[in-house]
Ligand binder design. Structure first.
Ligand code: HEM
Length: 464
């Protein structure tokens, strides 16, 4: 059976929505309650995988039949061929090289480094509160910068990082541009299919050219930063013979020196780990504070649970303590706002998924955003209710839960991210009450990650 196609005019009528918000378009299409839904009206072979079993087939049980296709080319332009964008043997080799740094015993070592960053960040609150100058905090910005500092401390052994704001701004520009360029490209290709390739390319060039300049500048900012880190660390490792550095970044540099990867591969891997490591966690934390600031009862439940811990618990104690309610809250935030909202795959050859025949090279879109809202799996799906995750194993993709994806490409940083978020929430809630400071409700804005728009603002006050 072929997925149902829609008329050309059906898509044309929806172009304003597609260009304004690809997520809104996907949500609308997901209402059709079919396992595979045609998103491209036959012009572009793009399908939404709209059932957990079908997603499981693509990501897990038949993962070998799929690769990351051309739909992520614009991301590849930025990240090169790092873990998040590569395929096949190259991906497998790199994953094996990087994986040991994400095993549980390695992760627990990162707790101390991150805790230093968290404490440093929170000491600013203390200062502001003492001087009475703490009005409102932009938690979207703050969490992205804190997450940046954490990933550099944990994986790169870099503990002082004055460039955080500049890099944050550059990444935001890149995200805006990649999403809009991809959309213009899709529209251009669509027109190219109807009116000829030349028209499509001309239209794409016209629409995307202005944005490309800003994008290139932002990309250069991040690339230069990563290159400067690589150069400085090479001096430490190779000229100063600093053999004590065991962090992942230093290990990658050693692997490159031993001929296990090229200089370009090293740079791609470092940019990927840096960007994937902070942008996702930062945005999840931003949503977390958005929800907690609007649910004082849930905040209070977390605080009660934290009373089981000593106030001055060190990082290692905090990292290994079991805090089921807090952990359930983080899972529930990730259910409602799965910031890595898009996994893209393409079949290597013709394939059948959930009974539907799909052509080779078609783009398959899997989004936890819609799967996490299926009422048959998640009753009253819009309700923020951490108890959904209490007293049960965390469901996997077949239970319609996949914030970290599933199968061979499951997020390598999942454990690190969960630990980091647990530590930040615990440290804050032990001392502070967080209240809603937004003037307007935040809505998800689908860039490469799912950002809160407008940014999340909160007011904080210390418990006496
Ligand atoms: C809340 C935080 C995070 C979320 C929601 C998240 C989500 C995801 C998802 C959904 C994927 C799969 C993408 C795909 O299907 O193609 C992924 C892959 C990946 N993530 Fe994360 N991630 C998070 C944190 C992190 C952290 C802290 C790191 C640390 C470096 C990281 C590094 C990566 C890498 C390298 C991949 C590619 C894995 C591969 O294909 O082998 N992520 N992540």
């Amino acid at each position: 059976m072929r997925p149902k196609s829609f008329s050309f005019w059906f898509t044309i009528r929806r172009l304003p929505t597609i260009l304004r918000s690809p997520l809104a378009y996907i949500i609308e299409m997901a209402q059709k309650e079919e396992a595979i839904i045609n998103l491209g009206s036959g012009i572009i072979p793009v399908y939404l995988v709209n059932h957990p079993d079908a997603a499981n087939q693509v990501l897990v049980t038949e993962a070998k039949k799929f690769y990351r296709g051309s739909a992520i080319n614009s991301l590849r332009d930025f990240l090169g061929n790092g873990l998040l964008t590569s395929n096949g043997e190259q991906w497998q080799r790199q994953r094996q090289l990087v994986q040991p740094a994400f095993r549980s015993h390695a992760i627990s070592q990162y707790a101390r480094a991150m805790d230093v960053q968290i404490t440093r960040y929170m000491s600013q609150w203390e200062q502001f509160l003492t001087t009475g100058s703490l009005k409102e905090l932009n938690m979207t910005q703050d969490m992205l910068i804190l997450a940046q500092n954490n990933i550099l401390a944990a994986l790169f052994d870099i503990h002082h990082h004055p460039e955080a704001q500049v890099l944050h701004n550059a990444l935001e520009t890149i995200q805006h541009t990649i999403i809009s360029i991809s959309l213009w490209e899709a529209v251009g290709t669509g027109f190219g299919t109807i009116f000829g390739k030349k028209t499509g390319n001309a239209l794409y060039d016209l629409l995307a050219s202005k944005q490309k300049k800003t994008y290139e500048e932002a990309k250069t900012t991040i690339q230069k930063y990563i290159r400067s880190l690589i150069a400085a660390r090479k001096i430490d490792l190779l000229e100063r013979h600093d053999n004590n550095r065991m962090d992942l970044f230093s290990q990658l540099i050693r692997a490159q020196q031993e001929g296990k990867m090229s200089e370009q591969q090293l740079e791609d891997e470092a940019i990927t780990l840096f960007v994937a490591g902070f942008d996702t966690t930062g945005h999840t934390l931003s949503w977390l504070w958005y929800l907690l600031s609007r649910h004082p009862d849930i905040q209070e439940n977390i605080r009660s649970e934290l009373r089981t811990l000593p106030h001055d618990a060190d990082a290692a104690t905090l990292a290994k303590s079991s805090l089921p309610y807090l952990e359930a809250t983080i899972h529930e935030v990730l259910r409602l706002y799965p910031v890595a909202w898009l996994s893209l795959r393409s079949p290597i050859e013709k394939v059948q998924i959930a009974g539907y025949d799909l052509p080779e090279k078609a783009s398959l879109v899997i989004t936890p955003y819609t799967l996490h809202r299926l009422p048959s799996y998640w009753p009253d799906p819009e309700k923020f209710d951490p108890t959904r995750f209490l007293n049960r194993d965390t469901p996997d993709v077949t239970g319609a839960y996949l914030p970290f994806s599933a199968g061979p490409h499951t997020c390598i940083g999942k454990r690190l991210a969960l630990l980091e978020m647990k530590m930040i929430v615990a440290r804050v809630i032990q001392k502070y009450r967080v209240e809603d400071g937004n003037h307007k409700a935040s809505k998800p804005k689908a860039m490469i990650t799912l950002a809160a728009h407008p940014n999340v603002h909160v007011k904080v006050s210390a418990y006496t």
